[in-house]
Design a protein around this ligand. Structure first.
Ligand code: GDP
Ligand code: IMO
Ligand code: MG
Length: 467
């Protein structure tokens, strides 16, 4: 290693000489200084609950002042609805920065890409006049092969009552292939021999599973290769070493936002496993999924809803069933952007948000959908849980305890005034302001913006998220 000096051996045998691997000699080595952070720090934006917190809107809000938005995990399981001048856009694979003309949207190495969906989404936006020509795709990102889409659906069916409730987009099987080292990467599409060898290797095993376990037809290597090659020419100009691109942008003092799909409680390591997605949606994933090192990250913005929702199976202590749950679902239009499934709804869970602060090192919260609570006589907040007769203030250590956790609520008075026109905290009714202050006191980081409607401008900026 250049610059490294060897020491003298204290052990038995011949002491070795001090060697300086530097052209400039020992003096240059001893004068070497630790590397200072240079350029601009990167910003992470992620979800604090079980997804659908309004990350898309929050990223879009920063968009006009941001030079690059990088999607670092997930695939078209994500669904972000963004409303600009009354026009609604539903994004799945493309980073939310795509709607800001100045911004370079980047699909990072941590993403899994369904190429048909990618081009469909690009074409859909272009048809509506959105310029997508700046999109850059990592050569190391993995591709969702047709057999992985099929495997996702068939496995869920096979699991029956134990199913995860996945989006059925092939996300889990594609990440499993990545970890098993049989995945197909974007760069493989540019070398037909490599692609064929990889598809053939993967299908050797998978066809046995399709035929012998699931009693279905296997896949032809040739058909899969041709399907994937069909996208290569159009994809090629978009592909780059995105980690290098981002390093250069940061060194040029450009502002880079690393945008998570899914959320903290859906993270494969830190979420409610196994009822999670198959990637790291937390701050650590921002580094591995983009190639931006942790020493360059200065700010972690977490988006949190003023209540809670979740899609799919898994524990959800504050879930509301029956009419109260329906009321919140209808008030918040809580139906999935990707699958259209009704989202499960419940009250705000402070231990969950506190957990997100701890796991991600959250520096700022964006509190969304406060307007949805308007008209509720009272607003309960879960402040801790009772597990097996004992009060627990943090998320319990085991999944079985979390599944048994009973929320302990404190109830706050609601408000009836329409808050969608408020653009500063002073313009909010007293009870709404108190609700924000109460949450802030419980979640471990300041609330720097508050959403009062779906539109880009329907936001109260408390402090600057980019300064
Ligand atoms: P994401 O997956 O985190 O980007 O969130 P989704 O887009 O799936 O779900 C959030 C939904 O809430 C979208 O339909 C947004 O348009 C909407 N939304 C975001 N912020 C607000 C807000 O402050 N108030 C209201 N009423 N809707 C919001
Ligand atoms: P955004 O980015 C909410 C859920 C699925 C399922 C589990 C695993 O819009 O917040 P998967 O298809 O990823 O293997 O499914 O994760 N899920 C989401 N729930 N918002 C999302 O994304 C989600 N992406 C996946 O419903 O329970
Ligand atoms: Mg969503």
């Amino acid at each position: 290693m250049p610059g490294r000096t060897g020491g003298s051996s204290a052990g038995a045998g011949r002491p070795y000489e001090t060697v300086v691997y530097s052209d400039r000699g020992p003096a240059a080595v001893s004068e070497a200084q630790p590397r200072e952070g240079e350029g601009m720090p990167a910003i992470v934006l992620l979800g604090a609950q079980w997804g659908d917190e309004g990350k898309g809107k929050a990223t879009d809000l920063l968009g006009s002042r941001v030079d690059a938005v990088v999607k670092f995990n997930g695939g078209n399981n994500a669904g972000h609805t963004i409303v600009v001048d009354g026009e609604k856009y539903a994004l799945h694979l493309l980073p939310s920065g795509i709607l800001s003309p100045k911004c370079t949207p980047v699909i990072g190495n941590g993403v899994v890409i369904d190429l048909a969906v990618l081009f469909e989404e690009i074409d859909g936006l272009e048809a509506r006049g959105v310029d997508t020509s700046k999109l850059v795709v990592s050569s190391n990102a993995h591709v969702i092969a047709p057999y992985n889409r099929a495997l996702d659906k068939v496995t869920e069916r096979f699991l029956g009552n134990s199913k995860i409730g996945t989006t059925g987009r092939g996300i889990g099987p594609t990440y499993a292939d990545k970890m098993s080292r049989i995945g197909i990467r974007v760069q493989d599409l540019f070398d037909e021999d490599v692609l064929r060898a990889k598809v053939s290797g993967a299908l050797n095993l998978k066809n046995q599973i399709f035929v012998k376990i699931y009693n279905r037809k296997g896949y032809e290597v040739d058909a899969v290769v041709q399907d994937l090659l069909g996208y290569a020419e159009r994809l090629r100009p978009m592909v780059a070493d995105t980690a290098l691109l981002l390093e250069n942008m940061l060194n040029e003092n450009k502002t880079v936002v690393l945008e998570a799909a899914q959320a903290t409680l859906l993270d494969v390591d830190h979420g409610t496993y196994p009822f999670v997605t198959s990637s790291n949606a937390t701050a650590g994933g921002a580094c591995t999924g983009s190639g931006v090192p942790p020493t360059r990250i200065s700010r972690v913005i977490a988006v949190v809803k003023a209540y809670t929702t979740r899609v799919g199976e898994g524990p959800f202590p504050t879930e509301l069933l029956h009419e109260k749950g329906d009321e919140l679902r209808n008030a918040g239009a809580e139906f999935g952007t990707t699958t259209g499934r009704p989202r499960r709804t419940g009250w705000f869970d402070a231990p969950v948000a506190r957990y997100a602060t701890r796991i991600n090192g959250v520096t700022d919260f964006v509190l969304t959908k406060l307007d949805v609570l308007t008209g509720m006589a009272e607003v309960p907040v879960c402040v801790a849980y009772e597990v097996d007769g004992k009060r627990v203030d943090e998320l319990p250590m085991t999944q079985s305890e979390f599944a048994r956790a009973v929320p302990i609520y404190e109830t706050f008075p609601g408000w009836t005034e329409d808050i969608s026109q408020a653009r500063s905290l002073d313009e909010l009714p007293r009870n709404a302001r108190d609700y924000i202050a109460t949450l802030e006191g419980m979640i471990g980081a300041p609330i720097s913006a508050v959403g009062v409607g779906p539109g880009r401008d329907e936001t109260i900026a408390v402090r600057d998220l980019l300064d």
